[in-house]
Design a protein around this ligand. Structure first.
Ligand SMILES: N[C@H]1[C@H](O)[C@@H](Sc2ccccc2)[C@@H]2OC[C@H]1O2
Length: 328
């Protein structure tokens, strides 16, 4: 079998929201597919109403197929400091035409303000490796791990776009979705992420600089977070670019369009167009833009988030344990 589901960008492509159905009769939710984590958790009727601001909630008591996993709990803190916790049910989960009859659905009891304030987002669907699933005492499988044995191929593809719907496909590589060749690179899944090492980068039409950049492909991170040395080399080429500690990142005049940023994937390259680096208006007064490329300081690895992913068609291949990047 194969499957496909559309995913819609929120304002400024800050995150991409994708519909899923949970339970019987089905409860339709919209969640953040996150290759940087491995838990499927949802807003639920077990939460305090003060933590819910517009989200749709999962009600396990309203599903004839829900089964509580007695004694199991979960608690997660994400890279941006946000957090959530709760307990666990098994229930049927459908994405497009793909159904896992007994998927661990982690019902939130508590969520931090970042989630409460994210009113269109009803939860996260982890597409990382199940080894870092946060359920205690028995970690649970991701939706992808549960379905992959039924798929024509044990892979999914990510086709995020700027300001318009993209798609997650499961079990097949759509040749119409990309151009040119796919550049493949091995995945290091030892930390539970889709980790890889880029051999280097270039700024605009400049020479390629050999510089190993180890990071993860993370659909749940908005920006492209890279080593400080790379980021300062990039912004050095933009007149008026500066680090603004109030905004917590590099800003620069929105015009003229900044140079492209190129990073290597094995023998190939991925180009982030300059207009994608002008991520969003930083202030109304001086027409400055907040950069879509920022530092990975303090994280321990780089993060190839949506700013990098939306330029490409990316194959997350669990069979070959490799990432494939192609232009589109
Ligand atoms: N993998 C990412 C994850 O999806 C988000 S969790 C999140 C928080 C608030 C709103 C939406 C999502 C967080 O930022 C980076 C890393 O952790």
């Amino acid at each position: 079998t194969t499957g496909t589901i559309a995913t819609d960008p929120e304002k400024h492509d800050v995150e991409y929201l994708t519909p899923i159905s949970v339970g019987t009769p089905s409860q339709d939710l919209v969640v953040d597919f996150d290759t940087g984590s491995s838990d499927l958790w949802v807003f639920s009727t077990e939460m305090s109403t003060s933590d819910i601001k517009g989200q749709t909630v999962y009600d396990p008591n309203n599903s004839s197929t829900s089964e509580k996993v007695q004694g199991s709990t979960w608690k997660i803190t994400y890279g941006d400091g946000s957090s959530s916790s709760g307990d666990v049910y098994l229930d049927t989960v459908t994405i497009g035409n793909l159904t896992v009859p007994s998927q661990a659905v982690e019902a939130a009891k508590k969520v931090s303000s970042e989630f409460t304030d994210d009113s269109h987002n009803d939860g996260l669907l982890g597409l990382g490796f199940s080894a870092i699933n946060a359920v205690e005492p028995t970690p649970q499988n991701t939706f992808f791990d549960n379905i992959k044995g039924s798929l024509d191929a044990p892979l999914f593809t990510v086709d995020l776009k700027h300001g318009t719907p993209g798609s997650f496909n499961f079990g097949y590589i759509d040749p119409a979705a990309y151009i040119g060749n796919i550049s493949w690179t091995p995945v290091d899944s030892s930390q539970g992420y889709w980790g890889f090492t880029s051999p280097g980068y270039a700024v605009g039409t400049g020479a390629f600089r050999n510089h190993s950049i180890s990071g993860i492909a993370d659909t749940g991170t908005t920006l492209l977070l890279l080593p400080k040395s790379v980021v300062s080399a990039y912004y050095k080429e933009i007149q008026g670019a500066q680090y603004d500690s109030d905004q917590g990142g590099y800003i620069f005049p929105c015009s003229p369009t900044p140079p492209d940023f190129v990073f290597g994937v094995n023998k190939g390259i991925v180009t982030v167009p300059g207009d994608m680096v002008s991520y969003a208006p930083a202030d109304s007064a001086n027409q400055n833009c907040f950069g879509g490329i920022q530092t990975d300081t303090g994280i321990g690895f780089s993060i190839f988030g949506d700013v990098a992913l939306k330029t490409s068609f990316v194959v997350f291949d669990a069979g070959g344990l490799q990432l494939g990047w192609a232009a589109k």
